[in-house]
Design a protein around this ligand. Structure first.
Ligand code: GLU
Length: 358
């Protein structure tokens, strides 16, 4: 379970035996010298011991996850990839889709256009609460369900298939590969999504969502049901760390000017009702989802992706929280860390190896 790979620019899917052999060689020749690789393995082992939380069971598909699954991935803005544990294991994005669709809405409507419909204030309410700002009737922010559904409603396209293609294509550009929806999860989300439907109708009554609001809710259920692995999450996070350009494909996924707005919302609202303490302790823009995924962004440096289906009462995976806390502390990555706490991440990533050796 603690097998670890490190490589540049290659996803974990469809790997040849040569790639595996190369990985084994790199593991042998570099693990002793790359501090980041070594630290990541240590953090993985340490976080593996956390056994708090339980697997989400509001739909049967999520309840089937094995609590032992655990993966941590890191992808740098230069395209180096480090994967530990079950990094091939697929799970659904759920709420982790929210910041990325928010980015797409910002591109479609600009900051002020989106702000008219969705606020940017943290809320102490549960992520699925049926609450709107009493004065403006807007949802408080795009990370709670109300705000995320209103955000998805802003996604342009002439019809449902075109909007769906934009949604999947947009998420896929962040991940650097084609992404697919888990249809069983989608159907379950849709069948059980009564609160989301109630929120959507309330927002329709206040004119926050438009005439296509029912179709938009379908799209929201689709985005929650997109399959990824921890490596994909790390690539998506690294794309945000890299000013919106995917560090592996070199393709733009989000206009650089909107990245700061997405990261600001992730920092203030990305970790459900743990967002305040997360910011205080870890200090990195992040987003988690109820399937057990978590991603965190170190702007200009790297993205972290974690998967552990055990989630706590707030909706975050304790193993992921532990791993990110350790990672941030050891390398001084808190966004407000003193200069004396910060480590030279380039050195940590490279160790003593020759750059480009992979
Ligand atoms: N599909 C879930 C919902 O809308 C997303 C939950 C989450 O990851 O926070 O309720």
């Amino acid at each position: 379970m603690s097998a670890m790979t490190g490589r540049r620019g290659a996803g974990p899917a469809g790997r040849s035996s040569e790639t595996n052999a190369l990985d084994a060689l790199l593991r042998d020749t570099r693990s002793a010298v790359s501090p980041l690789r070594r630290t990541l393995e240590e953090i993985f082992e340490q976080a593996s011991e956390v056994n708090e939380g339980r697997v989400a069971d509001y739909i049967p598909e999520l309840a089937r996850a094995d609590p032992a699954w655990f993966a941590v991935s890191v992808v740098t803005t230069e395209g180096e990839c480090f994967d530990v544990g079950d990094s091939h294991r697929l799970f659904t994005l759920q709420s982790i889709s929210k910041p990325f669709v928010y980015g797409m809405a910002l591109q479609d409507h600009g900051r002020e256009g989106v702000l008219e419909r969705v606020g940017v204030e943290p809320t102490g309410e549960a992520f699925n609460s049926i609450v709107l700002d009493p004065a403006s009737h807007r949802p408080f922010n795009p990370m709670v369900n109300a705000g995320a559904i209103a955000t998805t409603d802003l996604l342009r396209g002439k019809d449902y298939p075109e909007r769906m293609a934009r949604l999947l294509g947009g998420l896929g550009r962040f991940a650097g590969r084609d992404l697919y929806v888990d249809n069983a999860v989608f159907l379950s989300e849709r069948m059980t999504g009564h609160r989301n439907r109630a929120i959507n109708h309330l927002m329709k009554a206040f004119g926050i969502v438009g005439d296509l609001f029912e179709e938009s809710l379908e799209l929201y259920f689709q985005q929650c049901s997109v399959l990824v692995n921890s490596h994909d999450l790390a690539v998506m996070a690294a794309t945000l760390a890299n000013e919106g350009t995917n560090p592996l494909t070199r393709e733009p996924a989000l206009e650089a000017t909107y990245v700061k707005n997405v990261l600001a919302i992730m920092l203030s609202c990305g970790m459900y009702d743990y967002a305040g303490e997360w910011c205080w302790r870890v200090g990195l823009p992040a987003k988690s989802g109820v399937a057990g995924g978590l991603l965190a962004v170190v702007p200009g440096v790297l993205g972290i992706g974690v998967y552990s289906p055990l989630i706590d009462a707030k909706g975050n995976c304790p193993r992921g929280v532990k791993a990110c806390k350790e990672f941030s502390t050891r390398f001084g990555l808190h966004c407000f860390a003193a200069a004396s706490e910060r480590r030279d991440m380039r050195r940590e990533i490279n160790g003593n190896t020759t750059r480009g050796a992979s």
